[in-house]
Design a protein around this ligand. Sequence first.
Ligand code: NDP
Length: 357
Amino acid sequence: PSQFRSVIYSSHSLEDAPSVLSVHRYTPKGDLSNLVVVRTLAFPINPSDVNQLQGVYPSKPEKTLDYGTEEPSAIAGNEGVFEVLSVPSHETSLKAGDWVIPLDANQGTWSDHRVFKNASDLIKVNGLDLYTAATIGVNGVTAYQLVHNYINWTGNNEWLIQNAGTSGVSKIVTQVAKAAGVKTLSVIRDRDNFEQVAKNLEDKFGATKVISESQNNDKVFGKQALPAILGKDARVRLALNSVGGKSSSSIARKLERDALMLTYGGMSKQPVTLPTSLHIFKGLTSKGFWVTENCRREPQTKIDAIRELIQLYKNGALVSPKDEIIATGVDPQASDSELLQAVRGGIKSPGKQVIVF
Ligand code: NDP
């Protein structure tokens, strides 16, 4: 195409993030025959994308005049799956028709087309379904690294505990852990249909056992019911915290001596609280986890995680997040305001939103 169409922003708003977005058409810079040209198939709207629009995310794209805007602008979005349309003639590692995702964050994925300088700026994800491919780069890689990059699992009744067990990341964590022979104790918020949600997490997503936050916080449950759930000689070696507050202290309390808690999200907006005694007497280590920084520092770890995840997907160890996703189709012929409306609506709606072209 001679014109690309992107969802862009030049300013930020904490109160009304969708309002900073507009749709912009432009002629891409450079000789397309020397570039990898891709067509967007689908992109998710992740919490971090919205935080970028709000101006509160520590990693952000540089705003430029490259798209012919009056104000320096950036294309929104950090994740998405593209189909390769053309590659420079010397390029052998990619071909037209391949499905790819960007290696780096801040590439701007909320766009109908993009160009990349090199094939090495992209990771091939052929063989995945649309929804897995569109979300594997952030939530998939996060889950994989959380499970595998910190603990040398031995496979002898070893457990990890995590809160927000219903989240997209947590559902991949349970499957990746199961494939590695690691058991998972997933804590979810109390709800009327607890049994049904817990059963789905256990049956479909491979959680070993799901408990409620009230059980998580209950000391009697921890002393009496929990040992029976974990079984003989259980080792709870890792806690994954994406909630904070009381939930984080309660999952940390269930860890063995000298264990690790990784904090990767703060859904409750409460500070991470940890009992002092766990640090002093049980040798607890509490660390932050940020997939963006991990991948910036060591891009190969992202490539490796994707390769492993594709294998798990092909083996049937990983199910598609399709049923969990709310997809909004945008026709390539849709007007600019229809595209903008779809994206703004996605930001404002609950659940994992994916825009499909
Ligand atoms: P989802 O939208 O799939 O899940 C959100 C989860 O948060 C649900 O489990 C929901 O539980 C829970 N939740 C929502 N509000 C609260 C609350 N007030 N208190 C406790 N739990 C709550 O999100 P993702 O899987 O995409 O992301 C999960 C988290 O991980 C986010 O915080 C995200 O920013 C973070 N993240 C961090 C990364 C990193 O590198 N550090 C990378 C990727 C994600 P319920 O079912 O009860 O509503």
